[in-house]
Design a protein around this ligand. Structure first.
Ligand code: PMT
Length: 399
């Protein structure tokens, strides 16, 4: 995640409810992603969490009062409002939502919310009856109509002991929505198909051939595309990751399953990125019962799997086709050969034997090849950051 939000300024307003303590985790995610975060707390919020916690996490003073001379000199409500690339209010109480809707600027948070021209994301949290009340529902409807982004509360057990809708949305979901709002929407209107993870080729019900792909690279690409406005379908082999929010997720097991899913969705896609590590071979025979141990060696006969990417290249149309090359030697030569043979617009070569690159780690180091251009070597970086760097380059091909 590191530095995908570098250079972006987030103003985080915290109003007074038990969920206020969760704002610390949201701050942590935003800061870890590189955003500069300035917190504003209402007086009620300070009953639940101390400003020092947020100041320590953000390394910025926390604005608490409109009439505090020091706050005004150091932070200033107009300057905060103008500096923001995004204004988040989490948690937002019924009172805070009511004030913002009606334009009552009687504290620092409501004043900044009124003065800012930045996009606004509100995450309400309150008692279920308050959430369902006509007043709050009407205010939410008005705010949505003004273009304010609302991330609905979840249902479950509430702090007041009742059950129902009103719990602050999951902090990761709030973070991801915020991160998406902070991206340039340069993929809006683009239908993209991404493949990720390994395939499994079963010998019998208990054993399979596979590879160490964790799906991280492909999931980072799918998430980055979604954040940048694309309509994303993710075809994934078996992995231990949660599909990114807002992405159409299709789970597959074998190379032939992946081929079928890709064929079904490729027709609508303008962009296809194949980061999956597809098994080139499968056992010729798949036993219905578990293979029993025998004396001596066992010979396994394999047959070729379809090359999904090569088939797409053969019927390319006006799609932009991007492949990956997982290599352990002569990386550039092998990647060039695949770029040509599979008729790709781009191939991302990674040396999977190099530490911090390739399978299952959080970082990757790649070289990007496009027809007729010099290879571009990128430094080792997080897969999240790399996904955005790859998308920056694909964008030139799309336009
Ligand atoms: O998932 P992670 O743990 O994050 O690891 C990321 C990764 C190492 C899997 C990824 O960065 C990567 O290199 N993916 C491609 C792996 C691979 O199968 O490379 P290849 O050189 O064997 O295949 C070349 C291209 O053809 C790939 O785009 C592959 O998806 C595609 N292919 C390969 C074989 C096949 N039968 N069908 C295909 O479509």
């Amino acid at each position: 995640m590191d530095t995908i939000l570098a250079g972006r300024t987030v103003v985080l307003g915290i109003s007074g409810g038990i969920a206020a303590y969760k704002a610390a985790e949201l701050v942590r995610l935003l800061v870890r992603a590189g955003a500069g975060v300035h917190c504003i707390m209402t007086a009620a919020a300070r009953e639940f969490i101390g400003p020092l916690t947020l100041q320590t996490l953000t390394k910025n003073p926390v604005a608490t009062s409109l009439f505090d001379l020091w706050d005004e000199q150091e932070i200033g409500h107009i300057s905060l409002a103008e500096r923001a690339d995004l204004c988040i209010i989490a948690p937002a109480t019924a009172n805070c939502i009511g004030k913002i809707t009606l334009g009552i600027a009687d504290d620092m948070l409501a004043t900044v919310a009124m003065a800012t021209r930045a996009p606004m994301l509100i995450a309400p949290a309150m008692n279920v009856n308050m959430w369902n009340s006509p007043a709050v529902q009407e205010n939410i409807r008005i705010l949505r109509g003004r273009g304010v982004h609302i991330i609905d509360p979840e249902s479950g057990e509430l702090a007041c002991g009742t059950e129902g809708t009103g719990r602050l949305a999951d902090i990761t979901a709030i973070f991801e929505r915020a991160a998406a709002l902070l991206q340039v929407q340069d993929y809006r209107g683009v239908k993209a198909l991404v493949t990720a993870g390994p395939t499994r080729e079963f010998l019998d019900p208990a054993r399979f051939l596979s590879n160490p792909s964790s799906g991280k690279m492909g999931y980072c690409l799918a998430r980055a595309l979604q954040w940048r406005g694309a309509d994303v379908t993710l075809v994934s082999g078996p992995v231990a990751l949660q599909p990114p929010r807002g992405v159409r997720h299709i789970a597959v097991t074998s190379a032939r399953d992946m081929e079928a899913a890709v064929k079904e969705h490729a027709g609508q896609a303008r962009l296809i990125i194949k980061s999956a590590a597809v098994a080139d071979y499968r056992p010729r025979e798949q036993l219905r019962q578990k293979q029993k141990k025998q004396g001596g060696a066992l010979t396994l006969e394999l047959e070729r799997n379809p090359d999904i990417l090569a088939d797409l290249g053969a019927r390319k149309g006006d799609r932009v086709l991007v492949g990956f090359a997982a290599e352990t030697e002569n990386m550039l030569k092998h990647a060039q050969d695949k770029l040509r043979a599979k008729k790709l617009d781009m191939i991302i070569a990674n040396d999977v034997s190099s530490p911090g690159a390739g399978f299952a780690c959080d970082t990757n180091q790649v070289c990007i090849l496009t027809p007729g251009a010099e290879p571009e070597h990128l430094p080792c970086m997080s897969k999240d950051l790399l996904a955005h760097a790859i998308l920056d380059r694909i964008q030139r091909l799309l336009s």
